[in-house]
Design a protein around this ligand. Structure first.
Ligand code: PEP
Length: 250
């Protein structure tokens, strides 16, 4: 089965101004984009609706986070039900910045994934090891520990709503990209783990994308790897080179 190439842009808490946002949209709207690629942009919550209005319709929108409740006294949180009501199809969950800076555990990320899917969202689920964990030879173990609570809460059918983003923490925002061999090895391990822990069909069909200092100059090589089904892009998604990353397979 062939997996549709997927490129996500994670704006994080950028851009700083409406003007910067508009110029990014202009670049994307005027670019020639490979129509076979699924492209999803995750802007800050305040831009979700305006970006959806002004961006070309082939590009989908994702929230960068959501909560486990539909509504109520949860000041500052983002409701999955409100995202669905606003026709936002995706949410990023478990980004390393959420895990580290906002102390989100793998159990909470799994619960959020369950609720997001129940509510009607698709999930970009981020996993990845720190440099210390990699150097201790624990990459596969750490990633499996992050995936296990999610696997426990999802049925095999739910996995059609999940894209796994393998994002080594040491590569995020550092300029230190994983080599294509390192990415391929980690992705193949994740796929094999899905095969054992869920099913062969889910392992075969689930997209596993790479994130961590992807740029226009390293994306083509990474995209040649058989288990790299796309990218989650932070810094470079704010630049015109994001178009080259979307077109990495061309
Ligand atoms: C990210 O934020 O998910 C990310 C991969 O960032 P960057 O591309 O800047 O490393």
């Amino acid at each position: 089965m062939s997996r549709q190439f997927f490129v996500g842009g994670n704006f994080k808490m950028n851009p700083a101004t409406q003007e910067q946002k508009r110029s990014l949209v202009k670049v994307l709207n005027e670019a020639t984009i490979d129509p076979s690629v699924e492209v999803v942009l995750a802007p800050p919550a305040i831009y979700l609706l305006t970006l959806k209005e002004i961006l070309r319709k082939e590009i989908k929108i994702a929230a960068q986070n959501c909560y486990v409740k539909a509504s109520g006294a949860f000041t500052g949180e983002i409701s999955p039900a409100q995202l669905v009501d606003a026709d936002i199809p995706y949410v990023v969950l478990g980004h390393s910045e959420r895990r580290t800076l906002f102390h989100e555990t793998s159990a909470l990320v799994a619960q959020k994934t369950r609720v997001a899917i129940d509510t009607g969202l698709s999930v970009i689920l981020c996993v990845g090891e720190t440099l210390e964990e990699r150097e201790a030879g624990r990459t596969a173990q750490v990633v499996e520990e992050q995936l296990k609570p999610v696997i426990e809460l999802l049925t095999p059918k739910d996995w059609s709503k999940v894209v796994i983003a393998y994002e080594p923490v040491w590569a995020i925002g550092t300029g230190k990209v994983a080599t294509s061999a390192q990415a391929q090895e980690a992705h193949a391990n994740i796929r094999s783990f899905l095969g054992k822990a869920v099913s062969a069909a889910v392992a075969e069909s689930t997209r596993i994308i790479y994130g961590g200092s992807v740029t226009a100059s390293n994306c083509k090589e990474l995209a040649t790897q058989p288990d790299v089904d796309g990218f989650l892009v932070g810094g470079a998604s704010l630049k015109p080179e994001f178009v080259d990353i979307i077109n990495a397979k061309k």
